[in-house]
Design a protein around this ligand. Structure first.
Ligand SMILES: [Zn+2]
Length: 464
């Protein structure tokens, strides 16, 4: 067992009379894993009944939460919970997580030590799809709430919890509709916290310390479609330059001319706060970024793991042309996916790429552009609350702001608050990162229990 406060267990003992099948937080998470709430790109494949069954399980497992809070089901499969505070002058705080999970890649089922939807507890771990992304986020918040309600805790500030059901395939039906509903109600928040940051136990720069990463920004997402059109015809009398050749040449220029490196605010702040804890010469470099920023950014760009922190990245992802081996196609199409640093916009990307391509016979377009969250305040407010919650459970952790290189539901909540943080109190080794969306996803029981205590602390501190 962990150093989670005894109060949680007192509360759970009371709760356990209701549900003998799942008497501990670990057992309840294991049970929740068994609901196959899988998001498929092709929405017709989604088994929505599994979401309804998961909701029923949550209602039965967290009876105080579902009777004492205001609960609304939004768009049939997402959940919105509101805990009214005693002081209506205080702006509410929003906590979010998601109930859906990604599918198991066909052919990899047998690579799992325990079947991905069995919810097996073994070796001090809970195994299964969703143990890190993101059922532990949903259940962890509910565990924290249930125990606080049992203790008679009364928040001064109103707290809202929003759990979406399609984060893995855009979040438009879940978080998108939750946000619409909250805007309809006229809610606005002091700050919010979503998934997307955690404690890392084996950061190579700080091997003896836990590093708690609170992401204060995330990268933007943009896909450009490039279409080359031109003369086609029979391959016995080919044109001098084919559409395939034209488009390939353009793609080569794009790939060989990456966006320049940059040291953006959240990454600089991360390095500066790690500075005092790392060895020389890194300490000097991190503590003097006004002088060394360019060198550090260039060094980081050499490793694919850190490259994405210091530049808008370019990935050639699709190429389609031709229907028959003896016909030169009149059209060739490619897709290029970009992940944008804070400060870059679709306009800046399109103009940079147009200049590189420099070919009037290639058309460049994009379908959709999601709003990108801004950079949240990392010198006070919600950041301070989350930091204090972490320190209460992991007093030696080095807490840093950072930039999330993936995307989350957070972007749907952009109009509800200016300050959006991404952090959950789970502690993982970097080797576990590959298991998220991959094979053998698991969470250590101790890590999960401590994350519940951090959630309790966040709720209590936010509620003041
Ligand atoms: Zn997730």
């Amino acid at each position: 067992m962990s150093r989670i406060v005894p109060a949680v267990f007192t509360a759970l003992l009371i709760g356990s009379a209701i549900n003998h099948a799942a008497a501990t937080p670990a057992e309840r998470l294991a049970k929740a894993i068994q609901f196959e709430t899988i998001s498929y790109q092709d929405r017709s494949q989604i088994d929505l009944e599994e979401f309804r069954r998961l909701h029923a399980f949550l209602r039965e497992s967290f009876p105080r939460v579902f009777t004492q809070l205001e609960v609304e089901t939004v768009n049939d499969h997402s959940l919105l919970l509101r805990w009214p505070g005693s002081d209506s002058d205080l702006k509410p705080v929003l906590f979010t997580a998601h109930m859906d999970v990604v599918p198991i890649e066909p052919g990899t089922e047998d690579d799992w030590d325990h079947p991905p939807f069995a919810g097996v507890i073994a070796d001090g771990r809970i195994y299964g799809r969703g143990t890190l992304d993101d059922k532990q986020g949903v259940l962890g918040n509910l565990e924290a709430l249930e125990s606080l309600l049992a203790e008679g805790f009364v928040p001064a500030r109103t707290l809202v919890f929003a759990f979406g059901h399609d984060e893995e395939i855009s979040g438009l039906e879940g978080a998108g509709k939750l946000a619409e509903r909250m805007l309809e109600k006229g809610w606005h928040f002091a700050w919010m916290v979503d998934e997307g940051g955690m404690l890392i136990s084996d950061n190579p720069l700080l091997p003896d310390k836990d590093v708690a990463i609170i992401n204060v920004a995330e990268k933007g997402y943009l896909t450009l479609t490039l279409v080359a059109t031109g003369e086609g015809g029979h391959s016995s009398r080919p044109p001098k330059t084919s559409t395939i050749g034209r488009l390939s040449a353009a793609l080569e220029r794009i790939e060989n001319n990456p966006f320049p490196t940059q040291m953006v605010g959240p990454v600089a702040a991360m390095l500066e706060r790690m500075g005092p804890h790392v060895e020389q010469p890194n300490r000097f470099f991190f503590e003097n970024l006004w002088l060394t920023g360019g060198v550090v950014a260039d060094r980081m760009s050499e490793d694919p793991m850190t490259n994405s922190f210091v530049r808008t990245t370019t990935a050639l992802t699709m190429f389609n042309a031709g229907v028959k081996e003896n016909v030169v196609p009149q059209r060739a199409e490619a897709k290029v996916n970009f992940r944008l640093l804070p400060g870059d916009t679709p306009e800046t990307v399109v103009s940079y790429i147009t200049e590189l391509v420099n070919d009037p016979q290639i058309e460049i377009s994009y379908e959709r552009w999601d709003k990108v969250p801004g950079v949240s305040d990392y010198n006070g407010g919600g950041f301070a609350v989350i930091s204090d919650a972490i320190s209460a459970v992991y007093p030696d952790a080095v807490i840093v702001p950072s930039l999330l290189v993936a995307t989350t539901d957070t972007r749907h909540y952009i109009d509800l608050t200016d300050d959006q943080y991404r952090f959950q109190g789970i502690r993982v080794a970097s080797s576990q990162a590959a298991s998220v969306h991959g094979t053998n996803e698991y969470i250590a029981i101790e890590s999960y229990e401590n994350s519940i205590e951090i959630a309790r602390q966040m709720i209590m501190l936010a509620a003041r």
